[in-house]
Ligand binder design. Sequence first.
Ligand code: ADP
Ligand code: MG
Length: 328
Amino acid sequence: MPLGEFELIARYFTRPARRAVLGVGDDCALLAPTPGMQLAISSDMLVEGRHFLKTVAPDALGHKALAVNLSDLAACGATPLGFTLALALPCVDEVFLAGFSRGLFALADAHDVELVGGDTTAGPLVICITVFGEVPPGQALRRDGARACDDLWVSHPVDGGLGDARLALEAFRGHVDLSDAEFTRARRAMERPQPRVALGLALRGIAHSAIDLSDGLLGDLGHILERSGVGARLDYAALPRSPMLAAQAAALQRQCLLQGGDDYELLFSAPPGARAAVLRAATTGGVAASRIGVVESIPGLRLLEPEGKVSTMSARGFDHFRDSGVTP
Ligand code: ADP
Ligand code: MG
């Protein structure tokens, strides 16, 4: 007999409540945010065949489902408190559930964030997480705060850059040949993104605007520009890239860097006087930050090419209804 719904929840998704007043098991969970703080809330859904490939290891999927949600809290400069998990499962596969919950809770523990409830049903594999965080009033990092003359910054691993997740996707599609070591590394970037929560917190009071990179640099920058009513100039040569990506053909590099998707780094703007503070915040966050352009009052997105020419770009990222294919 396969596990029933409630045994499944009890075995794989129930742990003693820590910070929550009431966790899994009742009609509602109860959270007690710090008095005076604002709640930051975000949901992200992962659908098999669209956001991830069948080949992904269950623990990597558990990690990523929570990581993409924590990344939204990071982009707002919010401290994670708790999350709910809504799951549709085609069948009760205990090997899958054990791996998935292991990956999920490992990342949850790393960020001291608690699973407080959810919903479980049969259906095509869909994972929807809603995260709750808190932020002091007026201090959330937002998309609409960029100002002309701000520097544009992007976070990245100290030894890496943007675009490695997209490179892994291209390798899965057979469009590029990577060595085993490179493929392992690119796949790690795609399947195990690290939400930049500590950086987001450290940028409160420093950054004027922020967003996390999920749909590609150009598209996500476009959201900041549109919401802030400004334009920008990006310096292509300044975009951070791993040695592995830098070794690829120019057109592929460009696609991965500008339209990659799934980077889960923070893109933010800050005044030029805050450069030292930004670099300190990056160190606090355990990452590097590169200055990749400047906000301008003239609307539109311009790209300074490596050879010195300036191209006008369309700021469009991945769109689930216009673009087809899988974006793991
Ligand atoms: P209700 O019928 O009141 O909506 P359910 O029977 O769906 O509650 O769920 C029972 C309890 O288990 C609730 O506390 C709910 O939050 C929790 N729960 C259900 N699915 C999950 C899950 N995937 N992860 C964590 N908690 C869950
Ligand atoms: Mg109920």
